[in-house]
Design a protein around this ligand. Structure first.
Ligand code: PLP
Length: 385
């Protein structure tokens, strides 16, 4: 039998390995010139005036809310169908994530659900661009503006991507990206916060490195000085030049890797939709797709097995798959702290029980893609009702 096909693998070129090795040999391995270069290149890639490179998207979300002045007791609207990071950062402040349902068609936050969740203490909303397709941002931003609510995009899935001709990165007050190992571009661990607001950018930059004012990273360079001032109790969220050297290479290939993922998604669409047992995500025509995830849902009653058994059968055929996500309100912490019942957010609960994600990454060969299709076709054939 062929080796197991993992759900995700990073796509790293020899030239990127060389660039990382060059940093290791250079004598400067932490935040420095390569990171400043990565910031400038990434800011330009998303048409944002400011980019702050950080060691994760989680750090970016945390610093974004800090820069916006989130306080204990405030509320932040968060879709329940997301990763742990999106809501935990709200809890860091002693604020409350108000979990809301998603829509079944694209698993994104609907403007109506957002509007209904707004109360007197709502300070921000965190739209998640699920699987790489942007939320209805014009509507979400206009509701937010009318109610004095800040918009922080969780764009962990959505680089590179655009909405009505504008890049993700220009749609919200602050946009947070992830360069985690499985994401569309990677630095191993890494993330970025981008914004058009100079003050928020400066605050995030300071808080990313101990709350030290004035280019703290330069203090060991020739231009730097030993003197520094701590202006706030900050965090340790800076990205290293080792990671940034990899990031610069990944950034240069982001569209090429996207084209490969798009082609693979097209093969899946053509081969799997005709089986008549899956629902696919619907992509509105006015926006792009970063193709981070390929998500299918089992049509109710179409097969004799459930989603868990389906994934077990795929695994037995050597195919890694995953589930995005277990809704936050079903997890013990959010369930017990805030008293959610499973059916409090019924759409997310339903899609969670039926959805799974197939491998979708640029390193997949045509043979890998064919293996995935063959395995899915085989499991369906053996389990049709
Ligand atoms: C991966 C992910 C994050 C966290 O990214 P890190 O860089 O690992 O902190 C946040 N939100 C969503 C939706 C994600 O998928």
């Amino acid at each position: 039998m062929k080796p197991f096909l993992p759900f995700a693998l990073p796509d790293i070129h020899e030239s990127e390995i060389t660039a990382v090795a060059d940093v290791l040999r250079s004598g400067w391995i932490t935040t420095g010139a390569r990171t400043r270069e990565f910031e400038a290149a990434f800011a330009s890639a998303v048409s944002a005036p400011h980019a702050v490179m950080l060691n994760s998207c989680t750090a970016a979300l945390h610093l974004a809310l800090e820069a916006l002045g989130l306080q204990a007791g405030d509320e932040v609207v968060v879709p329940t169908l997301t990763f742990a990071a999106t809501a935990e950062v709200v809890r860091y402040f002693g604020a409350t994530p108000v979990l809301v349902d998603v829509r079944a068609s694209d698993h994104n936050l609907s403007p109506e659900a957002f509007e209904r969740a707004i109360g007197p203490r709502t300070r921000a909303v965190l739209p998640v661009h699920f699987a790489g397709v942007p939320c209805d941002m014009d509507e979400i931003v206009s509701i937010a503006r009318a109610k004095g609510v800040h918009v922080v995009d969780d764009a962990a899935h959505a680089f590179p991507c655009s909405y009505r001709g504008r890049p993700v990165g220009t749609l919200a007050d602050i946009t947070c990206f992830s360069f985690y190992a499985t994401k569309t571009i990677t630095t191993g661990e890494g993330g970025a916060a981008v914004t058009a607001n100079e003050e928020w950018a400066a605050r995030m930059r300071i808080m990313a490195l101990h709350g030290i004012s004035r280019d703290a990273w330069k203090r060991y360079t020739a231009e730097g000085s030993w003197y520094y001032e701590i202006v706030a109790p900050g965090y340790k969220y800076n990205l290293t030049d080792i990671a940034s050297a990899l990031g610069l290479g990944q950034l240069a290939r982001a569209h090429e890797m996207l084209a490969r993922r798009r082609a693979i998604a097209g093969v899946y669409d053509r081969a799997l939709a005709p089986l008549g047992v899956f629902e696919t995500l619907v992509q509105p025509a006015d926006r792009g797709n970063a193709h981070h995830l390929y998500v299918l849902k089992l049509a109710p009653g179409a097969l004799r097995i459930d989603r868990a058994a389906f994934l077990e059968e795929l695994k037995a055929l050597g195919i890694g798959a995953s589930v995005h996500f277990i809704p936050l309100h079903l997890h013990p912490y959010y369930r017990d702290t805030f008293g959610y019942t499973p059916d409090a957010l019924p759409v997310a609960r339903d899609v969670y029980e039926r959805c799974f994600s197939l491998p979708l990454y640029s390193r997949m060969t045509d043979d890998d893609v064919a293996r995935v299709v063959e395995a899915v076709v085989d499991v369906v054939a053996r389990n049709r009702r």
